[in-house]
Design a protein around this ligand. Structure first.
Ligand code: SAH
Length: 351
């Protein structure tokens, strides 16, 4: 019989499972608290359960834990990058960023990615698999335990396309923001997507209070197609319509991410087009100086170009921030730590 991934069960499912085992429902409450509030490292730690119940759970369930293989700490801003090994040997990376307003964790939602964005390191090896609910929870739990810092904010901006792992991601968000768990406010959670239109519309109907961030990266359909293959499937207007729908349904202000690539999408004309495209929407633009990766020829826009681009948007009443380059000294860009680990493993295997 296949074992149950007990940490992926939500409160209701755990209650149902305990009923099946013939256990009282308050026991399910205790176990849930051990897993999701006290962040226990195993069933053995759950000392208020009988020995026989602990044995039963060990026999019928798996208990997901992530093993840190590498932790890098930035000497510049204290940002920490974690490389975690999953039970099947795959590795994922997560980041802890410390801000004045609290600690933010950036998690991966898939091992690899199949979206193929041209400037992104996470997609180069393609998609290996989606992460389970318990693995995503563990990214947060493990960081909280290892760092001793309380996590108050979450961004789904690590490796993977969150909406390509839709059911697990939505369940993960519900469990993380549940009063029975870490109780992280949904308003402090941001989900970033390259723009899977049907999924954005579905997400809008989930009754969640999370922020949607769209990876826009270009202000014309033609340029967007050059940078993001997903644009062939869902056109710019269609994606923006889905974003408007998200705003109408949730009332949550939208974020547009725009990675500035030198000479590609950073001209005056690009800024003017962008204003036409999103001016008047209730939104915020996050400009990200592109993080060059080895495999591509892309370079960062010059500081002045970035500042001019920002000014142009601001003059037209658009709310803009330039993303601070956190952890620049520790392979800050998406997927770079995991990638260099895999390359090292491969070269070891060849030797
Ligand atoms: N799949 C999601 C999450 C990806 S990572 C999405 O596409 O939104 C979060 C953001 O970082 C996205 O906007 C992504 O396009 C951007 N990004 C990825 N690699 C980058 C790089 N090398 N430089 C700048 N931004 C990058």
């Amino acid at each position: 019989m296949e074992k149950i991934d007990i940490k992926s069960l939500d409160y209701g499912e755990l209650q149902a499972y305990f009923k099946e085992l013939g256990e009282k429902s308050f026991r399910a409450g205790q176990v849930y608290q051990w897993m999701h509030e006290k962040l226990a490292d195993g069933i053995g730690e759950m000392t208020n359960l009988s020995k026989s119940l602990r044995e039963t759970l060990n026999e019928t369930c798996t208990y997901t834990l992530l093993e840190p293989v590498n932790i890098l700490t930035s000497g510049i801003d204290g940002t920490q990058k974690y490389l975690f090994r999953l039970a099947d040997g795959n590795v994922v990376e997560s980041v802890l960023m410390k801000y004045r307003h609290g600690n933010s964790v950036c998690i991966s939602t898939q091992v690899g990615c199949r979206m193929g964005c041209r400037f992104c390191a996470s997609t180069i090896g393609g998609l290996t698999r989606c992460l389970t609910v318990s693995e995503m929870l563990e990214e947060v739990y493990r960081i909280q335990k290892l760092s001793g810092e309380r996590v108050s904010n979450l961004v789904l901006m690590g490796t993977g396309e969150p909406l390509d792992n839709y059911d697990n991601v939505v369940k993960f968000i519900r469990m993380l923001s549940d009063g029975h768990g870490l109780n992280i406010s949904q308003r402090n959670i941001t989900l970033s997507t390259c723009g899977l239109v049907p999924r954005i519309r579905e997400l809008a109907e989930e009754n969640l209070q999370i922020t949607l961030a769209l990876s826009l990266h270009a202000s014309s359909q033609e340029k967007r197609k050059e940078l993001m293959p997903i644009a062939y499937k869902y056109g710019l207007e269609e994606v923006l319509d889905a974003c408007r729908f998200y705003f109408d349904k949730t009332g949550r202000r939208l974020t547009f991410e725009y990675s500035l690539v030198g000479g590609v999408n950073d001209t005056d004309e690009d800024a003017a087009e962008l204003v036409k495209l999103i001016g008047g929407m209730n939104c915020h633009v996050n400009l990200i100086p592109v993080n060059p990766i080895e495999e591509r020829e892309y370079v960062q826009s010059e500081k002045k170009v970035i500042a001019d681009f920002k000014n142009k948007l601001e003059k037209c009443g658009i709310n803009v921030t330039i993303r601070r380059e956190m952890g620049r000294d520790i392979q800050g860009a998406c997927g770079q730590l995991r990638k260099s680990y895999m390359e090292q493993k491969e070269s070891e295997a060849e030797e």
